[in-house]
Design a protein. Structure first.
Length: 97
């Protein structure tokens, strides 16, 4: 996967949100993602949605996406990660509409 752009702050924030103690705050993965999305203003939500759309449209393998996720600060490995990104993008789309 060739990265043509650096991940935006909103994506870095999402990955960093998944720190080692997040399960104490949110017992489910979906709840943790929703918790992060709730902190975003409209501009950041649009930015994250656009980035995830581009990322999912790329030819990146799940392995490459997992590596990006880890490099951006997540302490949680999510495998497979593509469906997680799709769920986050869908939740953002429902919030933006």
């Amino acid at each position: 996967m060739q990265r043509t752009q650096s991940p935006p702050d909103s994506f870095l924030g999402l990955s960093e949100w998944f720190h080692q103690d997040i399960q104490h705050q949110y017992p489910r993965l979906e709840g943790a993602a929703s918790g992060y999305i709730a902190t975003l203003d409209a501009t950041a939500a649009d930015e994250l949605s656009a980035y995830l759309t581009d990322l999912l449209a790329s030819n990146a393998s799940d392995e490459e996406l997992c590596k990006l996720w880890s490099e951006c600060g997540s302490q949680w490995g999510i495998v497979p990660i593509r469906p997680f990104f799709e769920e986050v993008r869908a939740e953002l789309a429902s919030r933006i509409e």
